[in-house]
Unconditional design. Structure first.
Length: 282
């Protein structure tokens, strides 16, 4: 109804390493799509890495926790959002906005739409030459050598959702972002309560994704612990079975929506977006 966040959407486009040269999805493009289809809607595009090429390198080097705090204060002071808002995150923007949902309940997020987000993190960048292969090579080396050291965690965005299934203990202890929002170090009841307040948590997985390893992370699944070949769906993870984040209760209540779309990472048609995603914003 009125004032219930209808006609308000917050968008975060946060591309993966090297994922900008040829990517059709940009902030401006998404904003125009939404505005065209839902006249009068208020769209807030978060400024992180919004200028794709120039800011691309910067968007790699800022502590995600600091970015979340900054965005939370931006949302709290925006008069358009006070009745609640829908949030739509592309790629890393998916787990970024989930952190916002879990940490910042006011103003309330109504629906969270994650398009290609990596909710259990990644273990590799299978196709990361992009425009900046030097950057990709450097990121890979850095992650292999010390993803979980303090310096790398605090200054390399990719490290903050790097999930090494062969070093689960290291990940749990030292991942300053993902392990925290995924309740790997104990249960933050507030995170659980805040996430469960969502009406819908929509997760879109790209069925031909060559950028995300493993692609099932886009549906909150991951590698079975201790190896990097076999993957398990969310429902078989301990996160779900122990219901550390409320996802099991949300699933049973019909609040989790798993969508698959044909195409590589962030490649989708306007028709698909209109028919599948826009209804969640209406």
């Amino acid at each position: 109804g009125e004032g219930q966040g209808r006609g308000v959407v917050v968008i975060s486009v946060f591309p993966l390493a090297g994922d900008s040269c040829c990517n059709p999805v940009s902030m401006g493009y998404i904003q125009k799509l939404v505005e065209k289809k839902i006249p009068g809607i208020y769209v807030l595009s978060l400024k992180i890495g919004s200028n794709m090429i120039q800011d691309m390198e910067n968007s790699f080097f800022m502590n995600v926790n600091a970015q979340v705090s900054e965005v939370c204060s931006q949302l709290a002071t925006d008069p358009h959002l006070q009745g609640g808002y829908n949030a739509m995150g592309f790629s890393q923007g998916g787990q970024f906005l989930r952190a916002v949902a879990q940490r910042c309940p006011a103003p309330p997020m109504l629906n969270l739409i994650s398009i290609g987000g990596q909710h259990q993190g990644v273990y590799g960048f299978p196709r990361c030459p992009g425009e900046s292969s030097h950057l990709c090579d450097w990121i890979r080396k850095t992650l292999d050598l010390g993803a979980y050291t303090k310096a790398v965690q605090e200054h390399l965005v990719q490290a903050e959702y790097w999930h090494d299934p062969l070093k689960e203990e290291d990940y749990r202890k030292n991942s300053i972002f993902l392990a925290d929002i995924n309740q790997e170090r104990g249960i933050n009841e507030t995170y659980k309560k805040n996430l469960m307040a969502l009406k819908k948590f929509v997760m879109v997985k790209f069925l031909n994704d060559t950028m995300v390893d493993p692609p099932i992370s886009e549906w909150f699944g991951f590698y079975k612990s201790g190896q990097a070949k076999e993957t398990i769906p969310l429902q078989e993870t301990s996160l779900y079975k122990e219901d550390r984040l409320g996802l099991q209760q949300m699933d049973k209540a019909g609040k989790l929506v798993f969508l698959g779309v044909r195409g590589d990472h962030l490649h989708f048609s306007e028709e698909w977006f209109d028919s599948t995603i826009l209804p969640f914003l209406q």
